[in-house]
Design a binder for this molecule. Structure first.
Ligand code: ADP
Ligand code: MG
Length: 352
């Protein structure tokens, strides 16, 4: 059986401080939804509302067709993994994993097999007799995941599960989580993170949160290629955000006419043009921007150029393939981008 998660206008407040503001969001059965946003944006609060650890001031939470808003956490059938492992230090790995099963009153005779199954899935079968202190951070987190999976949840809640791990472990665990999800295609996953790479890598869809509100929601590709807000554009990937004026057949940026799709925006309106740095080319081309190099960062396979363009001295970022000759500060250069690589934001733009 699989079941999704549905937030229906869920608000949470601490005193007068609204930390989750009318969240409407549906996680389809078997879907991985990332909740992505900066620290303090309300992600953990949303997750805890699903788990039953915070009570919404208003709105309802559904798991499958069941309204669970008033149910205590242990009756929601949820597996949860948080940032800091939260294993019981005095219990061996196998007893940590068995913990949820005992709490759920699973038949005693069935518990060893269920524990073994969960440890197998997370590659921790040979560590069953160890104590948490005898494990590395990554291993502890695998045990925490095994513990969450042991109850065979329909819904798995993960709150920054990789943020305590170092970068290399993190990328290995990301691949592991993707594999686990392939093995458990019916489990719906709500994955809280402030890391866009994790969200882009793992999620079927990303819900972008900022300041207690849902700002945007879509597939990683949609959000990256067609962000609807400046916040999404700059939080999901890197972005040049150029202030422009909408014209008849394009936009005007600091005195330069650029031919881009105005997506039905009203002529004369102020808007923001979003162009990804890796889609900005060096040299003459369509939509040329002339300027002066103000900073160069060598990043191995690419050079990041910061170019001050126009009279307003806007800084435009361009990620170009590593150049044979390192560009010189103060050098005059031309940047360009293709019309289809620009997205117009704001100004009552109809597309998106
Ligand atoms: N128990 C609490 N009491 C008071 N304020 C809280 C509590 N938990 C969270 N907050 C506040 O709610 C806001 C959202 O927190 P949280 O959901 O943890 O954000 P995120 O997970 O996105 O970093 C923050 O401003 C935080 O300080
Ligand atoms: Mg959090």
């Amino acid at each position: 059986m699989s079941s999704g998660i549905r937030f229906e206008s869920v608000s949470v407040a601490y005193g007068k401080n609204v930390v989750l503001d009318s969240l409407d969001l549906t996680v389809e059965p078997g879907e991985v939804m990332a909740l992505l946003g900066p620290s303090g944006s309300g992600k953990t609060t949303a997750l805890r509302a699903v788990a039953g650890f915070v009570k919404p001031a208003s709105g309802r939470v559904f798991i499958g067709e069941r309204d669970v808003t008033a149910l205590p956490p242990y009756r929601r059938g949820i597996g949860m993994v948080v940032q800091q492992y939260a294993l019981f230090p005095h219990l061996r790995v196998e007893d940590n994993v068995a913990f949820g099963l005992k709490a759920q009153k699973v038949d005693k005779a069935e518990i060893p097999a269920r524990v073994a199954e969960a440890l197998e899935m997370t590659g921790m079968a040979s560590y069953a007799k160890r104590y948490p202190r005898e494990l590395s951070g990554g291993q502890q987190q695998r045990v925490a995941i095994a513990r969450a999976l042991a109850i065979r949840p329909n819904v798995l809640l993960l709150d920054e599960p990789l943020s305590a791990l170092d970068a290399q472990l993190r990328s290995g665990m990301l691949a592991e989580l993707a594999r686990l999800h392939r093995e458990l295609p019916d489990v719906s996953i709500l994955y809280v993170t402030h890391d866009q790479v994790e969200a882009l890598t793992l999620a079927d869809r990303i819900a972008v949160m900022d300041k207690a509100r849902l700002q945007d929601c879509g597939t990683p590709q949609e959000l990256y290629r067609r962000p609807r807000t400046e916040f999404t554009a700059s939080f999901v990937g890197n972005a040049n955000l150029l202030p422009v004026q909408v014209g008849a057949a394009g936009v005007r940026f600091d005195g330069v006419e650029l031919s881009v799709d105005t997506q039905g925006a009203a002529e004369g309106a102020s808007a923001t043009l979003c162009v990804r740095p890796h889609l900005v080319g060096l040299g003459e081309g369509p939509n040329a921007l002339r300027g002066t190099i103000s900073e160069v960062q060598w990043r191995g396979s690419t050079h990041r150029l910061y170019v001050e363009v126009g009279e307003g001295r806007h800084r435009v970022k361009a990620d170009v393939r590593e150049l044979r000759e390192t560009p010189v500060l103060g050098e005059d250069v031309v940047l360009h981008f293709a019309a289809e690589d620009a997205v117009l934001l704001g100004a009552g733009v109809s597309g998106g």
